[in-house]
Write a protein of this length. Structure first.
Length: 302
């Protein structure tokens, strides 16, 4: 596309990254559109600095903060030793649903959703999802949490409007989630757990799908759970409180029953809701991990 560019002082600069702008429904200010299109400067503040230092070209002209992008423009980033160097997280994520507003991805167990660590789902989203064409597009971000040791479906917003509306759906309890866990001990066939968590009402429906005898744990149960509230560690706390802690839970339950290795046997398997912008019914499922099948080889969930 471009290889070299001479700036106003006739200093020869090399193009290090280039991008062709996506077709947009409405023009977007470049400093908003440019977030995430370059590996070298993935942040909005970095884009602003590069514009100020005259290191971005749009259709062979220097970019400005007032420049709008409508689609098809040739955008180039010029080399500069002073540009901050960012190390991109290389983490491939399974994308189960995606449109211009939101996405649903699979979070493996043993990875943080977000936080101060480098290896997080949040840090890997931009590289795994398509950039939204909407005028209020933002860096993709999770709109709810899954514990570090929990595997399963994670809902992600790609625009500021989608993030706001999805958060409202969670607050109104209009997003349905189903989990599967392996619990310890002889359980009844099902019911509702209504026990407060942190002095707040919490409710979880559960059904035991299958039980097997265990030499160490007496019984192990494959349990389907639907939380009706969204308290922190709700499922883990509720099962521990009724005397049936989740296999592999190192925080809640009796120490003598805690399992070393193989992680937590808790999986967020389904998520269903009415799309807040397209009004489409969204329902996505993800099969239980293989480690569950080693204990319950005959079970078929989906």
């Amino acid at each position: 596309m471009w290889e070299l560019f001479f700036n106003e002082t006739h200093f020869c600069l090399k193009v290090i990254e280039s991008h062709i702008a996506l077709e947009l429904e409405k023009p977007v200010r470049f400093q908003e559109y440019g977030v995430g299109i370059f590996n070298t400067i993935p942040t909005k503040s970095g884009i602003k600095k590069a514009i100020k230092k005259k290191l971005i070209l749009i259709d062979d002209e220097l970019a400005t903060t007032s420049k709008y992008i409508s689609g098809g423009e040739k955008i180039a980033l010029l080399e500069n030793e002073e540009i901050e160097s960012f190390t991109r997280l290389k983490l491939d994520l399974e994308v189960l649903y995606e449109d211009d507003y939101l996405a649903i991805i699979y979070k493996p167990s043993g990875i943080l959703v977000s936080g101060n660590k480098f290896v997080t789902i949040a840090n890997a989203l931009a590289q795994n999802l398509k950039k939204s064409n909407q005028i209020d597009a933002v860096k993709p971000q999770p709109v709810h949490r899954l514990d570090y040791p929990t595997s399963g479906l994670l809902l992600v917003g790609k625009t500021s409007t989608a993030i706001q509306k999805l958060s409202e759906l969670f607050q109104k309890k209009e997003i349905q989630k189903t989990y599967f866990a392996i619990s310890i001990g002889k359980m009844c066939s099902g019911g509702v757990i209504n026990l407060k968590i942190d002095n707040k009402h919490a409710s979880t429906n559960f059904e035991v799908l299958q039980s097997v005898k265990s030499e160490r744990f007496e019984f192990l149960n494959l349990v389907e759970l639907s939380p009706k509230t969204g308290r922190k560690h709700q499922i883990r706390k509720h099962l521990a409180k009724i005397g049936h802690q989740i296999l592999g839970d190192k925080i809640y339950g009796i120490n003598s029953l805690k399992l070393k290795g193989n992680g937590l046997y808790l999986h967020a398997a389904t998520i269903s809701f009415l799309h807040p912008l397209t009004k489409e019914k969204i329902s996505v499922s993800k099969e239980i991990p293989k480690k569950f099948l080693k204990i319950f080889p005959d079970i078929k969930i989906f």
